[in-house]
Design a protein around this ligand. Structure first.
Ligand SMILES: Nc1ncnc2c1ncn2[C@@H]1O[C@H](COP(=O)(O)OP(=O)(O)OP(=O)(O)O)[C@@H](O)[C@H]1O
Length: 199
């Protein structure tokens, strides 16, 4: 008997978008969500902070205790986790799977340590690296964005060099999109994210 394929259709495989700060991830993802409002989704993060106002568990966040959170860390259930202030935040493998179960393609906008972690899971993701034309252009864009002070820009640029090296590694990426001219980069990014669309 012929084996039955249980593989996920390409359109539902999670997409990992990575690249240095300022490479244009938010810009291109905003376009993608605007162009395809129902096709893509983000995973719901876990947090140890208390819900605010009308926030509901499993909607804005998976609200959890610090004890439960640290057990999840110990079991390797997070793709990424970090502390902000006194609270812990994380993206779990299960939360990414939930998006697929809901019939959407999960988008993960993560830095290089997270990318390595996704590779260790069974998420069967596709990986795209967003590359600025050069570090000089990246610096101009970060300064032009006007959201960071001098110290933050210098820090982001130092980290960008490490991210660029990772972006150049063989065998890690399914696609590298150079974000030079926005319309051109968008066309390439969109073709990667929506592989079944013609034209
Ligand atoms: N192709 C482009 N040409 C010129 N400017 C661009 C282009 N793409 C993005 N930008 C601008 O560069 C700046 C950085 O882009 P964006 O904020 O999308 O980067 P990011 O990768 O999401 O950064 P972070 O990781 O810090 O969130 C923004 O001001 C954006 O408008």
């Amino acid at each position: 008997m012929a084996p039955t394929s249980t593989s996920t259709p390409t359109a539902l495989r999670p997409i990992v978008v990575s690249g240095p700060s300022g490479s244009g991830k938010s810009t291109l993802l905003k376009r993608l969500f605007d162009a395809y409002p129902t096709r893509f989704g983000f995973s719901i993060s876990h947090t140890t902070r208390a819900p605010r106002g009308t926030e509901q568990d499993g909607v804005e966040y998976h609200f959890t205790t610090r004890e439960a959170f640290t057990s999840m860390v110990a079991r390797g259930e997070f793709i990424e986790h970090a502390q902000f202030g006194s609270n812990l935040y994380g993206t779990s493998v299960a939360a990414v799977k939930e998006v697929r179960e809901g019939g959407k393609c999960c988008i993960l906008d993560i830095e290089m340590e997270g990318v390595k972690q996704v590779k260790r899971t069974d998420l069967n993701a596709r990986f795209v690296f967003l590359k600025p034309p050069s570090l000089e252009v990246l610096e101009q864009r970060l300064r032009g964005r006007g959201t960071d002070g001098e110290e933050a820009v210098v820090e982001r640029l130092a980290q960008a060099e490490r991210e660029m090296e990772f972006g150049a590694q063989e065998g890690v990426w399914d696609r590298v999109v150079v974000n030079d001219e926005l319309e051109r980069a968008w066309g390439e990014f969109r073709a990667f994210c929506v592989p079944d669309e013609q034209g």
